[in-house]
Design a protein around this ligand. Structure first.
Ligand SMILES: [Zn+2]
Ligand SMILES: [Zn+2]
Length: 339
């Protein structure tokens, strides 16, 4: 059973998910280094995971290419039962939602930058359909999709996988992005993200790579060394609205950027997080006009220390303008993109 607790002072929510403590590797100091013989996500171990919701087959190899499964240790659940009230100023809600895992490859040591473009596009397409399913069938208001690669990024299993977590409330990070976007839209009638992309494309200083469809850039106020984000160049709030042919280009674009990161930083641990529009029915038109989906990539090469925890102000020793140049150089040198 999962609970969402609100800190009445700092206003952050915490998920208390007791069952996740039963995971075999909780509190381990390194990522699981089990060989493929012992890995529950490897082929031959399918009976160690819950039954798949969906399987992508690999006709050439007579096996599977990806498996989508319910999380065995979910952070949120679908229990409807009411919680006992807590005395004010505390606030608690049932941690309702849905938590699934996508095993992205049958290869234990695979990396996303090595997937074929069509495989990556298929995975991204499944994300789209799960966002719809979570919103329509599990009453979620927002769906977060992320990948934790390596111990420093929070992975407990090294086999490549991503997680899909749907919540019945809009999480704080998305709420704050939306607040800024809505405020900007109400003042000038334009999308804040589109305006930022236009300014950054004009200056070019932090642009890593751009095509007719997408742009990768290092944020002006990058919190983490070597972080970058990818945006569609046309205005679009909801990731579900990307069409199949656009998804092929997006997958190729993402693969090239991750490849440059892997070369620049020697296969770092990293997080990828998809930010797509929340489903809030009474604000649907405003969200569609003001929000702009994007993907954040955070290599875990720097650490959050006392300053960050104490003040919320990050110290970043790597100016985004220089990082963008390093990534661009790598993209050119590796010739991972068709220029
Ligand atoms: Zn494995
Ligand atoms: Zn926009």
């Amino acid at each position: 059973m999962s609970e969402l607790r609100l800190d009445p002072i700092k206003k952050h929510w915490v998920i208390l998910a007791g069952e996740r403590a039963q995971r075999p590797s909780e509190f381990s100091i390194t990522v699981e280094t089990r060989s493929s013989d012992e890995c529950p996500f490897c082929p031959g171990h399918e009976n160690e995971t819950p039954n798949p919701i969906l399987t992508l087959s690999d006709a050439a190899k007579d096996g599977w290419a990806a498996r989508l499964i319910p999380n065995k240790f979910p952070a949120v659940d679908q229990i409807e039962e009411e919680l006992l009230p807590v005395p004010l100023p505390h606030e608690v809600r049932r941690g309702q939602g849905r938590h699934e895992v996508m095993i992205e490859s049958p290869l234990h040591d695979d990396r996303q930058s090595r997937y074929s473009t069509s495989h990556l596009a298929s995975i991204l397409g499944i994300y789209q359909s799960r966002i719809g399913e979570f919103i329509n069938s599990f009453s979620c208001r927002h769906v977060t999709i992320f990948t934790n690669v390596g111990y420093r990024a929070g992975a407990t299993l090294s086999h490549p996988h991503s997680q899909i977590i749907g919540l019945r409330q809009v999480p704080g990070v998305i709420e704050r992005e939306l607040e800024s976007a809505v405020q900007h839209y109400k003042m000038g009638g334009s999308c804040l993200f589109c305006d930022l992309l236009k300014a950054d494309l004009e200056s070019g200083a932090r642009v890593i790579y751009s095509t007719d469809g997408f742009i990768a850039l290092c944020p002006y106020a990058s919190r983490f060394a070597y972080e970058f984000a990818i945006y569609p160049r046309w205005h679009m709030a909801d990731f579900r609205d990307v069409k199949a042919e656009e998804m092929q280009s997006f997958a190729g674009f993402l693969k090239a950027c991750l490849g440059a990161m892997d070369v620049c930083l020697n296969d770092p641990d990293y997080n990828v997080i998809l930010h797509s529009a929340p489903a809030v029915s009474d604000q649907a038109n405003l969200i569609e006009a003001a929000y702009h989906w994007h993907l954040e990539v955070i290599p875990r090469v720097s650490t959050q220390a006392g300053m960050e925890w104490g003040t919320g102000i990050h110290i970043n020793s790597f100016p985004p303008e220089k990082v963008a140049q390093s990534y661009s150089r790598e993209l050119l040198r590796e010739n991972t993109i068709a220029l």
